[in-house]
Design a protein around this ligand. Structure first.
Ligand SMILES: Nc1ncnc2c1ncn2[C@@H]1O[C@H](COP(=O)(O)OP(=O)(O)OP(=O)(O)O)[C@@H](O)[C@H]1O
Ligand SMILES: [Mg+2]
Length: 372
């Protein structure tokens, strides 16, 4: 008769392609029961948006299938997003597992468009997602969501985010009177507003909070990097950025502040011919890949240039919602999965670091298992 040890041995042969570790030592097997040849367990994936979820599930079925003496096998598949940020020093936002700042060197590259559609793609996968429009001077998220008249209430001294398409949304644009004033606000006031949006908002439990930043390396990106621990920064570039080198400046600033870079997404990367479906790299190919190689950071996707994206943004109808099967929506979904995977990788690294700090030793697979 098959024993628990044999089951675990088989399951240990399944490797998470992102984390490069076996699923048993990563603590992904829960509630395992083996009674008289009947096996039952839960496979807990690290994010519902993992690009390899189907592959891991298939590998598990294959591995268990090799235990020919088993009478019955029942697997429940769930996902629990890993904490990609240290919550120890973080008093106000302990229920937010990952915070992703979306930054760029220069304006108009599509940060807000990418932030919104990525947030929607992550939410679609089943994750709990918030979107913080940190562009205090020029908030654009309310318009992009068709929420020009949206507002946020205050309850128990906490801001209540607005709800839109399953996202929890906070934007200075919801303060209609004040947002016209923002242009005259100076650095400390702007930083104060962002801090309040971060820690004085009732975000509830979130798997991912996407923070849409204004361009460049000013007060707001700096405040985000210095106020609370964040999972990392997603850099948005366009093919033209490569020549002007502006993306590089933003990356350098966050690296100096020891904020991890999650990776790069290239927006307006190419044009897909509606007649022949062929990709045309109008502004040149491979620019963002080059930057990602130069800085040793992952290349996480390319979003096509598509008039439907722009028209949808202006009308408050994001393409992920209005045209979910379009090549643009598919590209956002693919990038969102890669980003979620990178967050899991950063989370696993963080767990190892914390485990080795506690034990004073180099991290081991066992240490990882105990974390879960
Ligand atoms: N892939 C795309 N295809 C077509 N249009 C796009 C695409 N991405 C963004 N746009 C359009 O480009 C313009 C700028 O995009 P967006 O506002 O998202 O940029 P941003 O980087 O947030 O700008 P800012 O620096 O001012 O905050 C918008 O009109 C948007 O609809
Ligand atoms: Mg913007």
């Amino acid at each position: 008769m098959v024993g628990i040890d044999q089951v675990l041995e088989k399951l240990s042969t399944v490797i998470d392609p992102d984390l490069k570790k076996d699923i048993v030592s990563m603590g992904m097997i829960k509630d395992l029961e083996l009674n008289d040849g009947n096996l039952k367990f839960t496979l807990e994936l690290t994010t519902p948006a993992c690009p390899f979820n189907v592959e891991i599930e298939d590998d598990v079925r294959k591995a268990i299938g090799e235990l020919t003496e088993l009478k019955n096998f029942d697997m429940n598949v769930t996902a629990k997003v890993m904490e990609g940020r240290s919550l120890e020093a973080d008093t106000g936002m302990a229920s937010v597992k990952n915070i992703i700042g979306v930054a760029s060197g220069k304006g108009g590259v599509g940060k807000s468009t990418v932030s919104l559609n990525l947030a929607l793609a992550l939410s679609e996968s089943g994750a709990k997602v918030g979107l913080l429009d940190a562009d205090i001077y020029g908030p654009s998220i309310p318009l992009m969501l068709g929420m020009k008249d949206g507002f946020m209430e205050v309850e128990d001294n906490k801001l209540q985010p607005a709800d839109s398409n399953g996202l929890k949304v906070v934007s200075f644009g919801f303060f209609a009177d004040q947002s016209n004033q923002a242009a005259i606000y100076r650095g400390p006031i702007i930083s104060g507003i962002l801090k309040q949006f971060l820690v004085d908002t009732n975000w509830a439990d979130l798997d991912y909070l996407i923070v849409d930043l204004p361009p460049g390396t000013g007060d707001i990106p700096l405040t985000l990097a210095q106020t609370i621990p964040i999972t990392g920064i997603l850099v948005v570039t366009t093919p033209q950025d490569v020549a002007s080198n502006v993306a590089v400046k933003a990356v350098s600033m966050f690296e100096k502040l020891n904020v991890p870079i999650i990776g790069v997404v290239e927006n307006m990367s190419h044009f897909i011919c509606p007649k022949c479906d062929e990709k045309h790299y109008i502004f040149g190919e491979g620019g963002a890949k080059k930057i990602s190689e130069q800085f040793n950071m992952p290349f996480l996707g390319e979003i096509p240039l598509n008039s439907g994206i722009m028209a949808g943004s202006d009308l408050g109808k994001p393409i992920m919602i209005t045209n979910p099967d379009s090549p643009s929506a598919v590209a956002f979904r693919k990038s969102a999965k890669n980003i979620a995977a990178q967050c899991s990788i950063l989370a696993a690294k963080l767990q190892e670091e914390m485990a080795s700090e506690t034990s004073g030793e180099a991290p081991t697979p066992e240490a990882n298992q105990n974390q879960n």
